[in-house]
Design a protein around this ligand. Structure first.
Ligand code: DON
Length: 562
């Protein structure tokens, strides 16, 4: 079964026939040290980042190199054809967010997906990619090593090929064997060497992608947005019926935005602002929790679970009601006010679930896609980067740009599908996140940095669609509220409630039988059967300054040190 708590998972109704208690294997691995460290889904990309740190690059240099390397070594989510958010913290400047979310092509009608004729698996679902401009902006503002040096490792990986590990083999085989994978160029690029199945130990060579990366190394982002790669994208759009034009590409800009800053238990938490919903939704939840003493109840107590579910359902209702691209829709200031969160928290009943229909009966929501990737980096000087970027679903819309060797996202599906139409099966049609020319679709990506007295103490984030924000919440609470050791903060079971569907998804362990039964008695509907997120994180000990990198193993993870 897929290891993520997202749309593709078949959730199994939770029963009480949980096996007897036994020791739980850790879902994370950790490594301690004093120097720079990179943690991400791919061992190859982690090593690329560590090599950049060894050469004297800073955390942003390493992040740029890792992002390009992931586009080669983790093609289901690593990308140059998608978008994301990069949080940058350094002792020398205020924490900032480089935002490179995709935009809607100008030709996309507001009702693109309304009649069900356009699917997520075609070129029309692609937004204008942001990654290359985003990485270039981060590099221009904060990088130290030359741009070409940061793209070079990815070129080599693409041209010489990489050895496929078990996680990559599973990923490639899943997409290869899926009947929805029909685009001829995509199939040509990712056909298994023996023509049958991908296996660990196979080689993946991507010559076209190597050539594209070479152009980006030599000519910078203009190669992608106005140069030869732009021409190839436009040709692919014409051949595949996509909507992105040369003007859309030329007009695309990445932006530096002020992060959402949340103060919680003496810590300063920074997360992305809209068009990510992550920062504001986290602020709502943490502000609601601030007045409660979860610690005295204990991390695994029924009261803590009950409270978290209730807090999540309320915050996600507001997420759906209010959030969208801030350049198109006003974001109400009360969402980050403590006073508002306190009033919301006061509606929580201590021993009874509130049906989501009571929280905001008019606004059900749709599930999201399957793959994204997050990486965390800290350099020896304490500069930290937290990046989450994505193609939306695994391998995006599964359209490869002919001759260019890279994949296009299907991020347009993150917009509300039917303007004005909200239905009981979980669609939402409110205006803040409806398609408009040049608009950014709402995201849940939440790369997060936590500081204490101006020093970075935690870097985290995750894939997982709408579950991302709650995965980050769990990691934050495990550390900041409950003081758990780093590896446990990442490994510990997570939970998710997104208001609608009105079901809490739990990563349960066998010894949580009683917890499950009591939550059900309080009126919570519970589901389980999958794993939530892949939160590659770095923890810094405030007393000693030692760093503990933790690789989440729910999908795959690797740590590489300077
Ligand atoms: O931006 C977003 O929130 C989604 N496109 C992310 C999709 C995702 O995380 C799928 N994950 N595993």
């Amino acid at each position: 079964m897929r290891l993520l708590a997202t749309a593709g998972v078949v959730w199994v109704a939770l029963t009480l026939s949980v096996p007897a208690q036994k020791a739980e294997p850790s879902l994370a691995t950790s490594r301690e040290g004093e120097k720079g460290v990179v943690v991400c889904v791919s061992p190859i990309a982690a090593e690329v980042g560590a090599a950049i740190l060894r050469r004297g690059g800073n955390a942003v240099d390493a992040a740029v190199a890792v992002a390009f390397a992931l586009a080669v070594s983790w093609p289901e989510a690593g990308n140059i054809g998608g978008g994301g958010f990069m949080m940058i913290a350094s002792p020398r400047h205020a924490v900032t967010c480089v935002e490179f979310r995709e935009t809607s092509p100008r030709a996309a009608p507001e009702n693109l997906f309304a009649d069900g004729k356009v699917s997520a698996w075609e070129a029309k679902a692609a937004g204008v990619p942001g990654t290359v401009r985003g990485l270039a902006l981060a590099h221009q503002r904060f990088g130290q090593l030359p741009w070409e040096e940061l793209v070079a490792p990815a070129i080599e990986l693409a041209e010489k090929g990489i050895t496929v590990n078990a996680a990559l083999a599973r990923s490639l085989q899943r997409v290869w064997g899926d009947p929805k994978t029909t685009h001829a160029e995509f199939r040509r690029l990712f056909s298994p060497p023996d023509g049958r199945r991908w296996q660990a130990g196979d080689r993946l060579i991507q010559k076209d992608l190597g050539r594209t990366l070479r152009l980006i190394a030599q000519q910078g982002p203009e190669a992608f947005y106005t140069g030869p790669i732009a021409e190839m994208i436009v040709r692919e759009m014409q051949a595949s019926g996509g909507l992105i034009t040369a003007e859309d590409l030329k007009a695309y800009r990445a932006q530096e935005r002020t992060p959402i800053h949340i103060q919680f238990r003496g810590y300063d938490i920074y997360a992305p602002p809209p068009p990510s919903s992550g920062g504001i939704t986290l602020a709502l939840m943490l502000h609601m929790l601030e007045g409660m003493d979860l610690k005295s109840h204990g991390r695994w107590s029924v009261d803590t679970y009950h409270t978290l579910i209730e807090v999540m359902r309320r915050a996600y209702a507001d997420r759906a009601r209010y959030l969208g691209d801030p350049d198109f829709t006003p974001i109400p200031a009360h969402l980050t006010s403590r006073e508002y969160a306190r009033r919301l928290a006061a509606t929580i009943r201590p021993d009874k679930a509130t049906p989501s229909a009571e929280v905001a009966p008019d606004l059900p929501v749709l599930p999201e896609g399957e793959s994204t990737t997050h990486f965390s980096i800290i350099d020896r000087h304490g500069m930290a980067v937290s990046t989450t970027y994505t193609l939306e679903n695994s391998y995006g819309c599964r359209v490869a740009v002919r001759g260019a060797g890279f994949l296009l996202n299907n991020e347009m599906t993150d917009f509300n599908p039917r303007p004005g139409v909200t239905t009981a099966d979980g669609r939402i049609g409110t205006p803040p996140n409806c398609i408009a020319p040049g608009k950014r679709m709402l995201s849940s990506m939440t790369p997060t940095v936590v500081c204490h007295k101006g020093r970075v103490v935690l870097v985290t984030g995750s894939p997982g669609g709408r579950t991302i924000i709650n995965t980050v919440l769990c990691v934050l609470l495990n550390r900041l509220e409950f003081g758990m050791p780093p590896e446990q903060c990442v490994s510990a079971p997570r939970l998710h409630h997104q208001w609608f569907p009105d079901v809490a998804r739990l990563e349960v362990t066998p010894n949580q039988k009683e917890l499950v039964a009591t939550l059900q008695r309080r009126g919570h509907r519970l589901m389980s059967g999958g794993r939530q997120g892949d939160a590659h994180s770095i923890f810094v000990d405030q007393a000693t300054g030692r760093r503990t990198a933790v690789a989440d193993r729910r999908i795959d993870g690797a740590i590489a040190a300077e």
